[in-house]
Ligand binder design. Structure first.
Ligand code: E4P
Length: 215
């Protein structure tokens, strides 16, 4: 499973890249709004650090405007993937963009039918938001499971990005289901490394090592 980082923060992106585990980045308007750089400069900078897709979201609502905005985003760097929220106008734009070779990540997916339609329209990726479903007492990971079955049944090449991840167990479940990608907030990525028994084990090894007679 590929790991994307769900952030627009340059320090976090640089740090995760240095761990050798980073396959891509997802941003959204909320994440962008937390950073101080000008939008275009920030996207270019992220794209330089990341050796993989950098997802940049469109905020236009009419298909012609979405297409224009997506083309502007795609010109910023070769590894830009445009994110388009699922809606009728977004589907129309996805059809046009995918035919022109611009990769689309259909975002804000909350039902299997939304993912199915996005794939048919030519989306390269779909992003089901598991945490936001959990938040309203729906089982977010069930949605991922259903989408994976549907895509498998019909041989869609569209990749499933498990999004809105809240904790390390979401990542484990995504990997067990065979999801293509998990896009993970930095705090969750840090938690994935930790285990209390590892800390205890390292502590004990270091203490014992200090008693070893050095030749
Ligand atoms: C995905 O591409 C989105 O940026 C993200 O996962 C949304 O997560 P949130 O529900 O924590 O805002």
């Amino acid at each position: 499973m590929k790991i994307f980082l769900d952030t627009a923060n340059l320090d976090q992106i640089r740090e995760a890249a240095s761990w050798g585990i980073l396959d891509g980045v997802t941003t959204n308007p909320t994440l962008m709004s937390k950073e101080n750089l000008k939008f275009e400069d920030l996207v270019r900078e992220i794209c330089k650090i990341v050796n993989g897709p950098v997802n940049v979201e469109c905020v236009s609502t009419q298909s012609e405007d979405i297409v224009k905005e997506a083309k502007r985003h795609a010109k910023l760097a070769e590894n830009v993937v445009v994110k388009i929220p699922i809606c009728l106008e977004g589907l129309k734009a996805t059809k046009v963009l995918s035919q022109e070779g611009i990769q689309v990540n259909t975002t804000l997916i909350f039902s299997p039918n939304q993912a199915f339609l996005a794939a048919k329209a030519g989306a390269r990726y779909v992003s089901p938001f598991v945490g936001r479903l959990d938040d309203i007492s729906h089982e977010g990971m069930d949605l991922v499971d259903q989408i994976l079955v549907i895509f498998d049944n019909y041989g869609f090449e569209t990749e499933v990005i498990v999004a809105s991840i809240r904790h390390p167990l979401h990542v484990v479940e995504a990997a067990l289901m065979g999801a293509d990608i998990a896009t993970i907030p930095f705090v969750v990525l840090e938690k994935m490394i930790k285990h209390p028994l590892t800390d205890v084990g390292m502590d004990r090894f270091l203490k014992d090592w200090s008693r070893v007679k050095k030749k």
